[in-house]
Design a protein around this ligand. Sequence first.
Ligand code: BEZ
Ligand code: FE
Length: 283
Amino acid sequence: MNTYFTEEGSVEAVNARIASDTEPRLAEVMSALVKHLHAFAKEVQLTQDEWEIGIDFLTKTGQICSEERQEFILLSDTLGFSMLVDAINNRRPEEATENTVFGPFHVVGAPERPMGASISLDGKGESCLFEGRVTDLDGNPVEDARIDVWSDNSDGFYDVQQPGIQPKWNNRGIFVTGPDGCYSFVGIKPVSYPIPDDGPVGQMLGRLGRHPFRPAHMHYLVTAPGFQKVVTHTFVGDDVYLDSDTVFGVKRTLVAPFEAVEGGATMWRSPFDFVLVPIGKDQ
Ligand code: BEZ
Ligand code: FE
């Protein structure tokens, strides 16, 4: 086969170079990537100037990455790609709790706190009792579920974004269920916040007339022996950004009640149950 490069035969010219003993999955992924990348350039008739702008954008995206900042993930998130990969890999029965985007602000090693304890260490914000049950698909309680939670403070920042300003582990904690599968903790009613938008991704959003905000949410990572991990949030239902989350993370089933409490220990109460799927169960 002639594999000299031509516009028409561009995909074949490149993919013919993949060695026959290449690991099959790598060959499959790379050849599809080349196919779709070339189709994209052909569809939009990409100009040389536009190609250079794209290369410059990707270069700047890489250059701003550090231990603390992952601009490529932010790019993936804002293009809806993170949510797509998550959806492909987490198809679940209808009654199970849905996943959503993980985000960059989880920290491994948050303190395990007694059930019912407060995660709000800066004394700011409107207090909220988060409570519910962790069950299997049949409604049986799940014991030993680890519920790792994190949220922003009332100024819209995670503790790791404000070291020295917020107490370490502010609005974070891990709660482990007992035989009844119940959990409860006190946090604050989360507030909406912009994702880091002072880099190339923020510029892209600006050029596209998109805002950088996420609707208010509480993050959860729920793990339990024998069950599939759930990476999710609950969302505050009256948030103005609910329909335009900049990373497309909102799902109808994850919008939780936030009820005002009259004369209680907290100003708000947000009930939400987690339904886990056993490992090995197909959709
Ligand atoms: C977050 O919810 O923490 C988040 C998710 C995606 C990008 C930036 C932040
Ligand atoms: Fe978040």
